[in-house]
Design a protein around this ligand. Structure first.
Ligand SMILES: [Zn+2]
Length: 70
């Protein structure tokens, strides 16, 4: 029986395969990460708050991205 977890992001129960978030959240995180990296490429001095308001992505998700990628 596969192990199940509740998604760190939406709270839904999903089959755990090494990621802390479910498949649909993972896809969404990938999309958001792409938008953030594109924005940062054009605005290298942008802060997390700038990115959050420019892209309409929740601040905690932007900070999470920056923690992992900077
Ligand atoms: Zn989820």
């Amino acid at each position: 029986m596969p192990s199940v977890k509740s998604c760190r992001r939406c709270g839904r129960i999903f089959n755990y395969r090494g990621s802390a978030v479910c498949d649909s959240c993972r896809k969404e995180e990938t999309r958001e990460a792409k938008r953030i990296s594109e924005y940062l490429a054009g605005n290298p001095q942008a802060t997390a708050v700038d990115i959050s308001s420019a892209l309409n992505i929740r601040l905690d998700r932007v900070q999470e991205y920056l923690k992992r990628h900077v």
